[in-house]
Design a protein around this ligand. Structure first.
Ligand SMILES: [Zn+2]
Length: 306
């Protein structure tokens, strides 16, 4: 499972950006014939054949850096993959956390430098940091994620509790404008357009569902909202590629039985999780194939032993 790659100039496009050379080395170390060819992918999608000997690569979120930096390497080895794409981008909406990631990676030395600017710009009163609600939040987060810095915690608190979702989106948009950039220009650099998706499909890759909104916890949505979200995603992708998606990846790893039922009703044959933690297959019944495990691309260096 891959997300961001460094771009053609070698610049990172957000946290966890992978160098194309790392992907190349991973393929060479394993041997290119161990990866899915067009025939393997077709057999998997249409006939349900899962070949344990083979490695299936997947790409989430429809990011342009995947197309410009990873696809040329896949092409050079004849490897075909699954691409899971959320579609609100085609509805004139942006994914604000992806925008922020790209923006900070491009225009700041690191996230700490961005936070300094952010807090100055927002101009919060210092008393907020001695409030009980912040201290409770801080203690809870520190226990769960030891690697978070003080600034990470303050930023997350402000984002999740101080602002309403729309207010925060607005604020990030105005920060981007402060730096004389237009959100639309940045979004065009982050996400693939319809033509790239069509090209992937026509070259034998498989395009799959990843929800329309890419909401941070889709299982918390009411059932009818979830259904509408997944259906819209499937419909938009069908419109772009001319064929109905048969595969899916749970957005941000979020799913429950209702999500699985919805995906099943949309004729999704296979869906992937975001981790490979074993799950109790007895409880899954007919939905077992909608819970296939994946390994994060950031672990490929360890997996390849270099
Ligand atoms: Zn995603």
């Amino acid at each position: 499972m891959f997300h961001r790659f460094t771009d053609q100039d070698g610049q990172i496009t957000g946290q966890g950006s992978i160098q194309p050379s790392t992907l190349k080395k991973f393929i060479e170390t394993n041997g290119s014939d161990r990866f899915f060819s067009d025939k393997d992918l077709e057999k998997f999608v249409n006939e349900g054949e899962i070949n344990d000997e083979k490695i299936c690569l997947t790409f989430d979120d429809g990011l342009m850096s995947q197309f410009t930096s990873a696809k040329p390497i896949l092409d050079s080895f004849g490897i075909k993959c699954l691409w899971f794409i959320y579609t609100k981008i085609f509805d004139n909406e942006y994914d604000i956390s992806e925008m922020l990631n790209y923006f900070v990676a491009k225009y700041y030395k690191n996230f700490e430098e961005f936070y300094t600017y952010f807090f100055k710009r927002v101009g919060l009163k210092d008393s907020i940091w001695s409030s009980e609600i912040f201290n409770n939040y801080r203690n809870e987060l520190k226990q769960k994620f030891r690697f978070y810095s003080e600034a990470d915690i303050r930023f997350r608190f402000v984002r999740n509790y101080h602002f309403k979702e729309k207010e925060f989106d607005h604020l990030i948009h105005s920060l981007i404008k402060d730096h004389s950039h237009k959100p639309k220009e940045i979004s065009e650099k982050i996400w693939m357009k319809e033509e790239q998706i069509t090209q992937l499909q026509s070259e034998g890759h498989e395009i799959g569902v990843h929800s329309h909104s890419h909401f941070y916890d889709i299982k918390k949505m009411p059932e009818h909202t979830q259904r509408a979200d997944y259906k819209l995603n499937s419909d938009i992708l069908t419109n772009i590629t001319g064929s109905k998606p048969k595969t899916a990846a749970h957005p941000l790893g979020s799913y429950d039985k209702t999500c699985l039922k919805i995906l099943n009703s949309l004729d999704i044959r296979y869906a992937f999780r975001s981790n490979s933690i074993p799950i109790n297959s007895d409880r899954l019944g007919k939905y077992e194939k909608l819970l296939l495990p994946r390994i994060d691309g950031n672990y490929i260096e360890t997996a390849a032993g270099f």
